[in-house]
Design a protein around this ligand. Structure first.
Ligand code: RTP
Ligand code: MG
Length: 140
């Protein structure tokens, strides 16, 4: 299995409740390595661009508001099958449907305030990483 990278965000509901360390422990326990990480306040323009694929969805405006409501931690996770593995650790979008032991089951507040983002394909991972990190920021 090839070593892959994925893009992750610890969302404002989780930073507000001081859960960054607990969430990072889940990644590391599953064998993912945090090879880049930065705490930022996302601008409205950044959030709009990041979630552009959802621009026509009814939840888009709320989502942009939520993602800019407090600090987020943007990160690059590296490991075998990192994209799929991270999606597994995160759990389903709606915490009500998330499997036991997943981040969203344990920590998410709602379908919107669901604690983490993870890229859904290696192609999107590369695009999303490039929005927030230069090559030299990532130390594998
Ligand atoms: P993400 O992109 O954040 O990793 O989450 P995902 O793939 O599991 O979910 P996606 O369908 O891409 O939706 C992106 C984010 O939008 C918010 N959302 N709100 N109110 C709603 O019905 C609703 N549906 C989605 C969530 O924050 C979701 O993670
Ligand atoms: Mg998504």
């Amino acid at each position: 299995m090839a070593i892959e990278r994925t893009f992750s965000i610890i969302k404002p509901d989780a930073t507000r409740r001081n859960l960054t360390g607990k969430i990072n422990a889940k990644f590391e326990e599953a064998g993912l390595r945090i090879v880049a990480q930065r705490r930022i306040q996302m601008s409205e323009a950044q959030a709009k661009k990041f979630y552009e694929v959802h621009a026509a969805r009814p939840f888009y405006a709320d989502l942009v508001k939520f993602m800019t409501s407090g600090p987020v931690v943007v990160q690059v996770l590296e490991g075998e099958n990192a994209v799929a593995k991270n999606r597994e650790i995160m759990g389903a979008t709606n915490p009500a449907n998330a499997a036991p032991g997943t981040i969203r089951k344990e920590f998410a507040e709602s379908i919107e305030a669901n604690s983490v983002h993870g890229s859904d394909s290696p192609e999107n991972a590369a695009i999303e990483i490039s929005y927030f990190f230069a090559g030299a920021d990532i130390v594998g």
